[in-house]
Design a protein around this ligand. Structure first.
Ligand code: HEC
Length: 137
């Protein structure tokens, strides 16, 4: 008998929005800002740098279509940042920013991503932890 290996979709992404934030972390493991920098600044994972500039000296041509991420922790709380990563459409229905932790209403989802979220819950928490280090004051 040949055992079929079936990739089970990740559990449906669930989070609770309060106001314009997701106050509760998505995981029990605290976010790691070092891993989070790799998610945010790495061109392979979050693709954030295609739209956002920030303290990323390795980016020779900083993107300009989205707010510069420098000082984002002065502007937004961790919960507000978490919602903007998980599903920015809650804040701005017309946003061009991808919903990184949602499976709902997405168009043109590549096969590799069907039934999955673009980032895992832990990658979201790591990215939030990194972004909370971006203070200017
Ligand atoms: C396709 C372009 C695009 C990509 C990719 C993108 N964003 Fe955004 N982001 C935006 C735009 C545009 C805004 C401004 C608000 C809006 O239009 O929704 C924004 C807003 C934000 C905000 C709020 C900033 C503020 O000062 O209010 C944060 C935080 C953020 N993005 C983080 C990220 C992170 C982290 C990633 C990668 C995981 C990412 N974004 C990927 C376009 C993008």
């Amino acid at each position: 008998m040949i055992a079929a290996v079936v990739a089970l979709p990740a559990a449906a992404a669930a989070f609770q929005v309060v106001g314009d934030a997701i106050p509760a972390p998505l995981t029990d493991v605290a976010g790691d800002p070092v891993r989070g920098r790799a998610v945010v600044a790495g061109r392979q994972v979050g693709t954030c740098v295609l739209c956002h500039a920030g303290p990323f000296p390795e980016e020779r041509l900083p993107a300009t279509i989205a707010p510069d991420l420098r000082g984002v922790a002065d502007r937004l709380s961790a919960g507000q940042i978490r919602l903007r990563l998980a599903d920015p459409r809650v804040v701005n229905p017309d946003t061009v920013m991808p919903a990184y932790f949602s499976q709902e209403g997405l168009v043109r989802v590549g096969r590799a991503w069907q039934g999955r979220t673009a980032l895992t819950a832990q990658q979201i928490e790591d990215a939030v932890a990194f972004l909370m280090t971006l203070k200017e004051e």
